[in-house]
Design a protein around this ligand. Structure first.
Ligand code: ACM
Ligand code: ZN
Length: 546
């Protein structure tokens, strides 16, 4: 609707929109503002001197922007002396980095990789005055002359989406990938399985989708066990992705230089799998897909060899679908109570000489890791995988705080930081509860208040000895969806905090919250154009007029 109104207004007269300031999030490493402007218009052409088919993805992306401006994409020419975007290869530029040079005649983009070209175009989009988007009758868009040199600080910049608690369809997932890519995030961590729902079709185990993706009712959003849980009484599901849909998402992500990392959470958080195939549990019967949030005691049996057959079969199909080097096996929040009384688990402990049930989980992790290694992949696990010992090649995702990540880095493991205090964007962003969506997040052990400025100031290297900084390979924003049922709410929780963490993960420039806030006000205009709901809590809570 907004686009229609915009185009109606703008169709009255053809417009020339003048350049805005250079406000880009994440802040580029170096920006030198020049004199004058480049006039981008429908006759601007690409001149590509970069022999790699993936450069086409970057052009496709910017053609989407051109279509929003002029109603048409830009074409390619072999050469041009003016009014061109010249793309060339420069091996001296870091992986994913770029140089973007705007002068009055030409825009030059240099990079060593197609992803660098893509990120240059992402930056260029933020130099297009947001008011021009959706105009369709704009003839000239002024882009401020500038020289920008940029490259990422961290190689892993992730965004996790939990589709287990609530399901988000393929189009919604693609929108989340667009949002991640807009902020130069390069990983989409797809949390595909949960106690409350198994969301991916596995050919060899059809009941995972048929039975495991449906729950009889759901805990009401905003209720918490401390205050009393309510249920909605409404069946939820079947909701799952077919393998063709998964392939479609993986391809879409690749075109936006985002790698999809699948997570199959085992041996805990797997009640939906037990409901479909009860032999996977210690008791072997009477499981149902979980209807409330929290942690289930019913977990996979580590004693039975059939559990490993299942895990290996599932992984084989996962590896076929997801080409990512990293594969996440979960490993978090796995109660060991069922293992204590299970004859199979106890027999395994005796046979392996284990003294504690924790070693059963380590045993499971090691077998999964060996399987992944055999296929040339690398295992990621939540920081619980540290308990009982972890092999040096496992990547540890530190979520319960930073302690796990620091310990892992000290032990020589690579680490992705996602401490919930800063990186879990399902936590409320305002001190004003009355004005926030109901989040059910008043558990005394988790204050869950993560305002924008606190999130922005998070430093993933904090507390990590300098000698181990090399092991902190990245950070991740996580959106858990127990209390997030629909897409507008998902975006509202994510934005703008994702932009703060994206800047932390990408930017080599020193942190500056005031500068970031100015750029964010510009970025919010793009959020508005793309109809991404975002939270204004920070401005409201601080009495700022925005
Ligand atoms: C987690 O939040 N349980 C990884
Ligand atoms: Zn067992």
């Amino acid at each position: 609707m907004k686009r229609i109104i915009c185009s109606l207004i703008l169709s009255v007269c053809a417009l020339v929109l003048s350049a805005g300031p250079v406000c880009i999030i994440p802040q580029p490493a170096e920006v030198v503002v020049g004199q004058g402007c480049f006039h981008l218009n429908a006759s601007t052409v690409y001149v590509v001197d970069f022999d790699d088919p993936k450069v086409e993805y970057a052009l496709e992306f910017f053609n989407g922007v051109a279509e929003d401006l002029f109603g048409t994409g830009l074409s390619c020419e072999k050469s041009a002396r003016r009014n061109a975007i010249r793309i060339s290869k420069d091996e001296t530029i870091a992986e994913e980095g770029y140089v973007l040079e705007v002068d009055s005649k030409m825009i030059g983009i240099s990079a060593s990789s197609p992803s660098g070209v893509y990120y240059a175009f992402q930056s260029l989009r933020q130099m297009v005055p947001a008011e021009a988007l959706g105009g369709y009758k704009v003839v000239d868009v002024d882009i401020q002359c500038a020289l920008i040199k940029d490259e990422p600080k961290m190689k892993y910049r992730g965004f996790l989406m939990d589709v287990g608690r609530h399901f988000f369809d393929v189009d919604e997932i693609k929108t989340l990938i667009d949002v991640a890519a807009m902020h130069k995030m390069n990983i989409f961590h797809w949390h595909l399985t949960e106690d409350q729902g198994w969301r991916i079709d596995i050919r060899k185990y059809p009941l995972l989708a048929k039975v495991g993706s449906v729950r009889a009712k759901s805990q009401v959003v905003g209720t918490h066990h401390v205050h009393g849980i309510g249920y909605d009484g409404v069946p939820y599901g079947p909701f799952f992705y077919t393998q063709d849909q998964i392939r479609d998402v993986v391809k879409y992500a690749e075109k936006n230089f985002v790698t999809v990392i699948p997570e199959v959470d085992m041996p805990g958080h797997s009640l939906s799998a037990l409901a479909a195939y009860p032999h996977l549990g210690c008791v072997g019967k009477d499981y149902k897909v979980r209807e409330k949030w929290g942690i289930a005691d019913e977990v996979m049996c580590i004693g039975k060899e059939t559990t490993f057959e299942f895990a290996e079969d599932v992984m084989e199909e996962i590896l076929e679908l997801f080409p990512s080097k990293y594969i996440h096996i979960g490993g978090d929040e796995c109660p060991r109570t069922a293992w204590k009384t299970c004859p199979h688990c106890q027999a395994r402990m005796k046979a392996e000489g284990f003294e504690t049930e924790a070693q059963l989980q380590t045993y499971f992790n090691h077998r999964m890791e060996a399987l992944l290694k055999k296929h040339g992949r690398v295992m990621i696990g939540w920081d619980e995988v540290l308990e009982g010992g972890v092999s040096p090649s496992t990547i540890v995702m530190s979520w319960r705080g930073t302690e796990g990540g620091i310990a892992a880095a000290n032990a020589g493991n690579d680490v992705i930081m996602t401490p919930h205090q800063f990186c879990y964007v399902n936590g409320r962003q305002s001190s004003n509860l009355a004005k926030e969506p109901p989040l059910g997040t008043r558990h005394p052990s988790r204050p869950h208040h993560r305002p924008l400025d606190k999130v922005y100031m998070y430093d993933p290297f904090d507390g990590v000895p300098e000698s181990q900084h090399k092991h902190i390979i990245g950070l991740q924003v996580c959106l858990w969806t127990e209390h997030v049922k629909i897409m507008p709410h998902a975006l509202y929780m994510t934005l703008p905090r994702l932009s703060a963490l994206a800047e932390t993960g990408w930017s080599l420039a020193p942190k500056d919250f005031d500068r970031y806030l100015v750029s964010l006000e510009n970025l919010c205009k793009y959020y508005k154009f793309y109809e991404y709901p975002y939270s204004r809590s920070y401005w409201r809570d601080n009495g700022l007029d925005f």
